[in-house]
Design a protein around this ligand. Structure first.
Ligand SMILES: [Zn+2]
Length: 404
C-alpha cells in the first residue's frame, strides 16, 4: 500500500470521539462504529460480531486485521465503560470529552478508550512512515469487559480459533500505571475465585438448644479455619495469595430463636502456586475438618450433610515469563518516558486471562489513578507518549520478524 493514501489519526481527537459514545456495558452506543471506520480507512478488514447467551445481554465485538501474513501482532482492549456512578460528583459532563488544563476528562479515558485510540494512531503513523508492516496487525476489541465478560473476548477467541485465525503475541491496553506513565507493565495476573458457604442447621427455641441445631458455631469454626494460615508467601513475580471473607450472614434479628441457616461469602485472589481446582480441594478439606461438632454429631457423621459450598472461578493466575516480549515493551517505554517500568502481576483480573491461552500476553496502557472514579481523566501528553510507545513496540516487533 502506498504510504500517501492512509490517514494519520490524532489520538486525542479519536479518544474524544470514543468518549462521546456513552458505551456503558452492555451498550455500544456507536463506539465500535467509530473505531471500525478509522481502522477501515487504514486498510484493516473489520469483522463485527454480536454474541448472545441466555441470561446475559447481547454484546457487540470487533476483530480487525491489517495484512494476511504472519506474524500477527494483536492489540486487545474494550470499548465498554463502567457507569458514571455518583453523577453529582462529576464537575464535567462524563461523556463530553472536555480538555481542561492539559487533562482530558470523561468516562473511559483511562479505562480504556485512550489506549484504543493510541493503538490506532500508532498504526497510522507506522503506515505513514514505513508503509504496511511485514506481517499483520490486529485489534481484538470487546464491549463486555466491565460486565459479565461472557459475550466478549472469550467468545471472540473461540470464533477466531474456529476460523484458524491466529495471533502470535498480544498487548492489552489496560491502564497499568499506578501514578505516572512508565511505572508498570503487567506480565501476569492473579486468579480469582469466589465461594458461598451455607451451613444447614435446625431452627429452634434458644432455651432448648438440644431440640435445635445451631449453624452459627459451625460457620464460625469453618471461617476461622480458612483464615488460620496464609495460603502462601508469594513468589518472585506474585504477592502472597489472599483469602478475604467479605460477608457472614445469619439474618436473625431475634434473641430467642436459634437460626436454621448461616452463610458466608469469600473471595480469593491467588498466584501461580494454586489453581481454582487445587484451592477448592483445600477449602473443602478445611471445611470438612471443622464443620462437625464432636460432642453432638457422632464419630461417623458425614461433614457434607451439614453444609453446601458453591464456588465460581473468574480466572486462573498466569505469568508471561519476562523475556523478549516484556523487554520489547520495556525498551519502548524507556525510550519514550525515560523510566524503567516495573514488571508486575498486581491488581484485578483482565481479559488477558483469556488471551494467555492463545499467545504470550502483556499489558501496558495509561495511568489508572482515576479509573472507575468520578472525574476520570488522563493527561493529554500521556496520550501522545503512549502512541509513541505503541508505535515503537510495533516497529521493534516487525524488525525482528516477530521472533519473541
Ligand atoms: Zn479496563
Amino acid at each position: 500500500m502506498s504510504t500517501s493514501t492512509v490517514p494519520v489519526f490524532d489520538p486525542v481527537a479519536l479518544t474524544q470521539s470514543l468518549i462521546r459514545c456513552p458505551s456503558v456495558t452492555p451498550a455500544d452506543a456507536g463506539a465500535l462504529d467509530v473505531l471500525a471506520q478509522a481502522l477501515t480507512a487504514l486498510g484493516f478488514v473489520c469483522q463485527r460480531m454480536t454474541f448472545s447467551e441466555e441470561g446475559t445481554p447481547d454484546i457487540d465485538n470487533l476483530y480487525a486485521r491489517l495484512g494476511t501474513q504472519g506474524p500477527n501482532f494483536c492489540f486487545a482492549g474494550h470499548t465498554d465503560v463502567v457507569p458514571v456512578g455518583n453523577a453529582g460528583g462529576w464537575t464535567v459532563d462524563p461523556f463530553a470529552a472536555e480538555i481542561r488544563d492539559g487533562k482530558l476528562y470523561g468516562r473511559g479515558t483511562a479505562d480504556m478508550k485512550g489506549a484504543i485510540a493510541a493503538f490506532v494512531a500508532a498504526v497510522s503513523r507506522l503506515m505513514a512512515e514505513q508503509g504496511a508492516p511485514d506481517g499483520s496487525i490486529s485489534l481484538l476489541i470487546t464491549g463486555d469487559e466491565e460486565g459479565p465478560s461472557i459475550n466478549g473476548t472469550r467468545k471472540v477467541l473461540d470464533w477466531m480459533a474456529e476460523r484458524g485465525e491466529n495471533i502470535d503475541v498480544c498487548l492489552v491496553g489496560e491502564p497499568t500505571n499506578p501514578r505516572v506513565l512508565g511505572d508498570m507493565i503487567k506480565i501476569g495476573r492473579r486468579g480469582s475465585i469466589s465461594g458461598w458457604i451455607t451451613v444447614h442447621g435446625t431452627q429452634g427455641h434458644v432455651a432448648y438448644p438440644h431440640l435445635a441445631n445451631n449453624p452459627v458455631p459451625r460457620l464460625v469454626r469453618m471461617v476461622s479455619a480458612l483464615l488460620a494460615e496464609p495460603l502462601d508467601h508469594g513468589n518472585d513475580f506474585f504477592q502472597p495469595s489472599n483469602l478475604e471473607v467479605v460477608s457472614i450472614d445469619v439474618g436473625n434479628p431475634t434473641t430467642n430463636i436459634i437460626p436454621g441457616e448461616a452463610r458466608a461469602l469469600f473471595n480469593i485472589r491467588f498466584n501461580t502456586q494454586h489453581t481454582a481446582t487445587s484451592l477448592e480441594a483445600w477449602i473443602r478439606a478445611k471445611l470438612d475438618a471443622t464443620v462437625l461438632d464432636p460432642a453432638r454429631d457422632g464419630a461417623d457423621a458425614d461433614p457434607a450433610a451439614f453444609y453446601t459450598l458453591k464456588m465460581t472461578e473468574s480466572g486462573e493466575a498466569f505469568l508471561t515469563q519476562p523475556g523478549p516480549f516484556s523487554r520489547l515493551i520495556s525498551d519502548a517505554v524507556q525510550a519514550v518516558t525515560g523510566m524503567t517500568p516495573e514488571l508486575s502481576t498486581s491488581g484485578g483480573t483482565s481479559d488477558a486471562r483469556f488471551i494467555k491461552n492463545v499467545c504470550p500476553v502483556a499489558e501496558f496502557g495509561l495511568v489508572g489513578q482515576t479509573m472507575h472514579k468520578v472525574n476520570e481523566h488522563i493527561a493529554v501528553e500521556d496520550l501522545e507518549k503512549l502512541t509513541q510507545i505503541y508505535q515503537q513496540v510495533l516497529t521493534g516487533y516487525f524488525a525482528i520478524g516477530g521472533r519473541i
